[in-house]
Design a binder for this molecule. Structure first.
Ligand SMILES: Cc1ncc(COP(=O)(O)O)c(C=O)c1O
Length: 389
């Protein structure tokens, strides 16, 4: 499997220049086939016939194992979730907050990181601290900002590995070490990193890491995963519970809670067709190799960044170069509204991008299925838009 063959499996790429996998990635044909075949099979064979039930369990376990392998974790540390936000909520709402505990987050988070942090501050009387980050930060300045914010009262640091607003990639391992040295835990929003850069939970010394399947991973909507390090599972109470949150229970009020396994977070029915799609997507990423994918993303996004920075009136809002840049490339154009530019890119050039705010800009998600030609066409399109008043 190479990147050319991947493109051949993707109906989207012949119709448009798709640069928005950071929102939702287009699925290759084998992912769509896995979903539809399973859907048809379940319906034809009867949703609760013995072979369907057995293969349903096998798919669920397979999905856990597939996410675990791509994240450098073990399957018993993986909760199957609906999406990143679901995973973030499991941790934030499951920790034993005490009044005066601190939660630290950053100014570049998505609503899925900011709003749960604000809610915890209100509901649990926790103190909220926001670390201000910009695309001009380097590793040293980022670490020094976190070092000033973290105290022995910090219970949780909630941050994105890669920032959706401007593509800044944090020195995660070093930040986690700082937090751990003060007794704090770190919850990583991996919405923009899964399927984008190689991940290894053990090597990065992660506590909790929430990911989606539908963005950079190119899987279907509705399947994600949450990693919780084995020894931390007991300390995260399930906020929503069903039968699997009990080791045993009866009908007269007795309950022995399930404290030890990730099954306690999973409610009842999940979609085997969607999980089958996620497994197919992960299989594809394993065939391509995450290191190869990341190297190609860096090559393409580096070219796009250089091309954009030569255009008059255009300012990059993502890191210009160096170790903290990612496949998210964003720019602002003097005197122009990013939403209007995003619309023009689509209507005039069939380029799919998105606008972001704070910092305001147009954001491109450069993935391994994109091409050098697409980068050139995109630079040319932005150049033409910059010539219009
Ligand atoms: C950084 C970040 N966090 C969370 C989300 C929400 O992701 P999900 O739909 O998987 O909950 C997004 C979506 O774009 C995001 O960019």
């Amino acid at each position: 499997m190479d990147f050319g063959s991947l493109r051949e499996e993707m109906p989207t790429v012949s119709r448009m220049i798709y640069l928005n996998s950071g929102w939702s990635g287009p699925s290759p044909k084998r992912v769509i086939d896995a979903v539809t075949q399973r859907l048809v099979y379940e319906n034809e064979e009867g949703p609760t016939s013995r072979p369907v039930l057995d293969s349903r369990t096998a798919i669920k376990n397979g999905a856990r194992t597939a996410f675990a392998e791509l994240m450098g974790a073990s399957a018993e540390e993986i909760v199957l979730t609906d999406n990143t936000t679901d995973g973030i909520n499991i941790v934030v709402n499951g920790l034993p907050w005490e009044p005066g505990d601190e939660i630290i987050t950053t100014s570049l988070e998505h609503g899925s990181g900011l709003v749960p942090s604000y809610y915890v501050a209100r509901r649990k009387d926790a103190k909220l601290k926001i670390v201000e980050l910009t695309a001009e930060d380097d590793s040293a300045s980022i670490l020094s900002k976190f070092a000033s914010a973290i105290t022995p009262k910090t219970r949780l640091v909630l941050l994105s590995h890669i920032m959706f607003r401007n593509g800044l990639m944090l020195p995660l391992k070093e930040i986690q070490r700082l937090a751990h040295a003060s007794g704090a835990r770190v919850l990583v929003d991996g919405a923009q990193s899964m399927g984008h850069i190689p991940l290894d939970m053990v090597e990065m010394e992660c506590d909790y890491y929430a990911v989606p399947g539908h963005k950079w991973l190119l899987g279907p909507d509705g399947v994600g995963a949450l990693y919780i390090r084995k020894e931390l599972i007991e300390g995260v109470e399930p906020a929503k519970v069903g039968g699997a949150a009990a080791s045993s229970y009866d009908t007269i009020g007795n309950l022995v809670p399930n404290t030890q396994t990730v099954r306690k977070y999973e409610l009842t029915t999940q979609s085997a067709p969607l999980q089958a799609g996620a497994v197919a997507a992960i299989g594809l990423f394993q065939e391509l190799g995450m290191q190869n994918i990341w190297e190609r993303i860096q090559l393409l996004s580096g070219g796009l960044t250089r091309g954009l920075s030569d255009i008059p009136r255009v300012t990059l809002t993502s890191p210009a170069k160096g170790g903290l840049a990612s496949g998210l490339v964003s720019f602002a154009m003097q005197g122009r509204d990013p939403r209007e530019l995003t619309e023009a890119l689509w209507s005039k050039y069939r380029i799919v991008a998105r606008s972001v705010n704070e910092p305001a800009g147009v954001r491109f998600s450069v993935h391994c299925f994109n091409t050098e030609d697409e980068m050139e066409l995109t630079v040319r399109a932005v150049g033409e838009l910059a010539m219009v008043e």
